[in-house]
Ligand binder design. Structure first.
Ligand code: HEM
Length: 158
């Protein structure tokens, strides 16, 4: 294994995780509560569209970089067998979260959730926002938990 390239891949991996999960934290704790405070339904729908258009491409690119750098590191460590071992369950959790986000970012959100939500924001904004916010809190807490268990796993704590 080329140690220098491994460290570069790990740094890229972490930077992309920070951009992606940090973005989710900002949306959850700052933007969604701000959206709730907006006066009109039109403003809420407008802000939702802004969030979608600005955050979605950024999250997709970060998702791709996390996956590519992760796959590179698995190959460099010859660690594909880890995925079959119970001892490395945190590796499975890391990849499972990545796959789940891929499904949401590329399929579920743009094709199913967003069109439905936009209509709901225009008709019943309070209920729609409560649901979006609850969902984002769950995603955020699960993501932070996965980050914690991966660090603990890498340093032999699990
Ligand atoms: C295809 C998906 C992914 C693959 C293949 C992957 C693979 C890896 C590998 C091989 C390492 C280095 C392990 C070691 O040094 O022994 C690593 C580190 C790390 N990964 Fe991932 N990863 C993926 C997705 C994710 C996701 C979604 C997150 C965040 C939620 C994440 C967070 C981390 C963190 C925080 C570390 C650094 C741990 C440390 O060095 O203390 N990874 N990943």
């Amino acid at each position: 294994m080329n140690y220098r390239w491994f460290v570069i891949a790990l740094a890229v991996h972490i930077i992309a995780v920070v951009v992606w999960i940090g973005g989710i934290a900002a949306v959850t704790t700052v933007m969604l509560p701000t959206m709730r405070d907006l006066d009109s339904k039109e403003q809420k729908v407008w802000m939702f569209a802004q969030l979608e258009n600005r955050f979605r491409p950024q999250a997709r690119i970060a998702w791709l970089i996390v996956g590519l750098s992760g796959i590179y590191m698995v190959e460099a460590l010859h660690a594909w067998v880890w995925f079959a071992s119970v001892h490395f369950w945190w590796m499975d959790a890391m990849v499972a979260l990545w796959l789940l986000f891929g499904l949401v970012l590329f399929l579920l959100e743009p094709l199913v959730v967003a069109p439905h939500l936009e209509r709901e924001l225009a008709s019943r904004p309070a209920e729609a926002l409560t649901r979006i916010q609850t969902l984002h809190w769950i995603i955020l807490v699960v993501s932070l938990f996965v980050i914690a268990i991966v660090v603990a796993g890498v340093y032999g704590w699990l």
